[in-house]
Design a protein around this ligand. Structure first.
Ligand code: ADP
Ligand code: ADP
Length: 236
């Protein structure tokens, strides 16, 4: 298969149907477009199929019918590695490797300069612990590793994604109750990383996606509502 050729990075779901098991359809005809450099947020109750959409975009599963395209290329027809290289994922939960925070930021992009690593860490606001070792690994006896909060771990993942610089982003927003200061900090970091990139946000709360260009509400495998935050609120 040819590699994915990314130009504008327009992502399109076209009448996508998907079921993990045939008797239980999860997505029943989903169509939407994430225009170049814009942000679309997917909201809906737990189990609605939000994460399933992102798994299909990474091609962990194939739709039973319909298709998903990037710049008009059906993702089923392109080299899988090139697809995954073009899409960055900021997960909710991050497992840190047994090394410094700086190493964790650099992971998978070994050619990055020290300066680039520092800049990514600065944007994600974790530069103050770039040389620290996370707690709980084989830190030398007598040395205490740094205990990172969930929010700080997520910012490590954000820094890693900033460094990687993919044209397309999937952000899985945290479900856990972060304190409002941490939530604001993470939101700021996510806004910085998504600016100018084509972004699909898996959102757990409508309040965090005020700035999305479009919000898609999934319910029982279909798009129940769609619009801007203001328009959805006006509808009630
Ligand atoms: P959401 O992200 O909206 O909470 P998911 O996309 O994770 O929902 O899941 C949608 C539905 O698909 C859920 O009912 C879930 O139990 C089911 N599901 C998810 N993964 C699998 C799987 N690997 N096999 C079978 N069913 C699954
Ligand atoms: P890519 O596969 O993206 O081209 P590289 O060729 O630089 O990346 O590295 C291939 C793989 O080797 C990496 O994905 C990583 O698992 C491993 N690797 C490379 N350098 C290091 C390192 N300094 N520490 C740990 N693992 C490394």
């Amino acid at each position: 298969a040819p590699p994915l050729a990314v130009s504008d990075a327009v992502v399109r779901f076209e009448n996508v149907h998907f079921a993990y098991v045939p008797e239980r359809p999860i997505l029943r005809g989903i169509s939407f477009t994430v225009p170049a450099g814009r942000t679309v947020a997917i909201v809906g109750p737990s189990g609605a199929g939000k994460s399933t959409l992102s798994r299909l975009l990474f091609r962990f599963y194939e739709p039973q019918s319909g298709r998903i395209t990037v710049d008009g290329q059906d993702i089923a027809d392109v080299q899988q590695d090139s697809l995954r290289a073009a899409i960055g994922m900021v997960p909710q939960d991050t497992v840190l490797f047994n090394d410094t925070i700086g190493y964790n930021v650099r992971y998978g992009r070994w050619e990055a300069s020290e300066e680039e690593v520092r800049e990514a860490a600065r944007l994600a606001q974790i530069d103050r612990f770039i040389a620290a070792l996370p707690e709980g690994y084989d830190t030398p006896v007598g040395e205490r590793g740094l205990k990172l909060s969930g929010g700080e771990k997520q910012r490590v993942a954000i820094a890693r994604t900033i460094l990687k610089g993919p044209p397309i982003l999937v952000l899985d927003e945290a479900t856990s109750a972060l304190d409002s200061f941490t939530e604001r900090e993470i939101q700021d970091a996510l806004d910085r990383v998504s600016r100018g990139r084509t972004t699909l946000v898996i959102a757990h709360r409508l309040s965090t996606v005020v700035g999305a260009d479009e919000i898609i509400v999934l319910d029982q495998g279909r798009i129940a509502e769609r619009g801007t935050h203001g328009a959805l609120l006006a509808q009630g």
